[in-house]
Design a protein around this ligand. Structure first.
Ligand SMILES: NC(=O)c1ccc[n+]([C@@H]2O[C@H](COP(=O)([O-])OP(=O)(O)OC[C@H]3O[C@@H](n4cnc5c(N)ncnc54)[C@H](OP(=O)(O)O)[C@@H]3O)[C@@H](O)[C@H]2O)c1
Length: 388
């Protein structure tokens, strides 16, 4: 049965949620607008944000509180897709995923919290399959550019070599942007959960944490700076790798291992060449941008100027057993975490409304939406995917 709204942006008063609302208002106005609404826990704050972000006053406002499962269920029943930017997800997200799974409502979010994702897979995958709820975590910078980057490379490898590349190296060449209070809070929530339950360390460091019942070959840790002869440069640990690599392996798992059962994947940041590159790699390995208490507070994040001047460029190198190489490059305009992420999240939700049906379950963006999502991101969201 068609529902009252195609999309509900839940968390529309937060730093990222308001950017998603602005994106819908600017990119899909008037006749091309989906049926959408803004939701949050405070009606007065929603009214303020709707006016501030230039969203038409005709866009309905819905109140729902993460502490009140009945309000979450009532919201889910009105939507084809709920977009959630209410995080940290491990603190505020569980009842919403439960409500989506129970009501057969599609769900997209920006989660980069793998222990919670695994908990949700174990708790709700069976019910989501039964009700047809398409639950898709990590529809932002973690992990779409990486998930679709590997997918794109493997399509090209199959076309050129007749087989996937068993080894793929992801190397983040440039990235300019900042962090928000919600992201800082999510990292702190994960560290607090780890302090309470040290056994979570095994899951957080397991590249196959999101592929229940399945593991694969040994994977590089990505934790030690090293010289990478493939790109003739020094590389350093990448802060998003622990979540992206798990999602990439889950895509391979959900799709029946199109990347091969022996697939090996890592992600690192390119630090530079020669001695300067080595020194930069060592410094990057020690740098934690979210460690200081003076980090951003909930609701805060990079300014519009910082978002507009941001960008990223990510190289994927596929290597075959007989030494052949194939590259793919993914780029995005705007800063990765917010300007680009808000577009990726919005287009993922629209992709579920307009392009992709598929089965219920707990999915990755690459496994459920793959090439359809990539087309939308290139057409609308300032991203490029070039295989060659
Ligand atoms: N993966 C990525 O690439 C990526 C990028 C950006 C953000 N993120 C994630 O997205 C999430 C949001 O980040 P952000 O910086 O936008 O956070 P934020 O500014 O702190 O916004 C959080 C939102 O959650 C709402 N909220 C908090 N408690 C609630 C409750 N009990 N019931 C209902 N709503 C509640 C807040 O409502 P009020 O306004 O009423 O306080 C606000 O709308 C974080 O988990 C972050 O890690 C991920």
């Amino acid at each position: 049965m068609p529902r009252e709204f195609d999309l509900i942006v839940y968390g529309a008063t937060g730093f990222t949620g308001r950017l998603v609302a602005e994106y819908f208002a600017l990119t899909y106005p008037g006749d091309v607008a989906p049926k959408w609404a803004m939701a949050g826990r405070s009606l007065s704050k929603l009214e303020e944000v709707r006016a501030e972000m230039g969203v038409p006053a005709s866009i309905p406002l819905i109140t729902a509180n993460s502490d009140d499962p009945a309000s979450l269920r009532a919201m889910c029943e009105r939507a084809t897709v709920v977009i959630s930017t209410v995080g940290p997800y491990q603190l505020y997200g569980s009842d919403l995923v439960a409500a989506c799974a129970a009501t057969g409502t599609a769900y997209v979010d920006l989660c980069g919290e793998p222990a919670w994702m695994r908990e949700m897979i174990d708790a709700h995958e069976a019910e989501a399959k039964a009700t047809g709820a398409r639950i898709v975590f990590s529809c932002g910078f973690d992990s779409i550019p990486f998930d679709l980057g590997v997918l794109t490379l493997q399509e090209a490898a199959k076309a050129r070599f007749g087989a996937p590349a068993p080894r793929v190296k992801c190397r983040v060449r440039t990235m300019k942007g900042g962090f928000s209070g919600g992201t800082a809070a999510s990292l702190k929530a994960t560290l607090a959960a780890l302090a309470r339950k040290p056994s979570l360390a095994a899951l957080l460091t397991n590249p196959f944490a999101l592929t229940p019942g399945h593991s694969g070959p040994h994977q590089p840790s990505g934790l030690i700076p090293e010289y990478d002869p493939t790109i003739a440069a020094w590389v350093a640990p990448f802060v998003m790798a622990p979540i992206n690599t798990k999602n990439v392996h889950r895509t391979n798992f959900l799709l029946g291992q199109p990347y091969g059962a022996d697939f090996v994947y890592d992600e690192m940041v390119v630090a530079g060449l020669g001695d300067i590159g080595k020194a930069a790699a060592d410094a990057l390995a020690k740098f934690n941008p979210l460690s200081a208490d003076k980090g951003p507070k909930p609701g805060e994040g990079p300014s519009r100027e910082e978002r507009d001047s941001g960008y990223y460029d990510i190289l994927f190198v596929g290597l075959t057993e007989d030494g052949a190489r194939i590259d793919t490059v993914v780029t995005g305009d705007r800063d990765p975490g917010y300007g680009s992420t808000s577009k990726m999240l919005a287009e993922s939700a629209l992709c579920l409304v307009e392009n992709v049906q598929g089965y219920g379950g707990v999915w990755t963006p690459g496994a459920l939406m793959g090439a359809k999502l990539r087309e939308r991101l290139v057409a609308k969201a300032g991203m490029t995917f070039v295989a060659g």
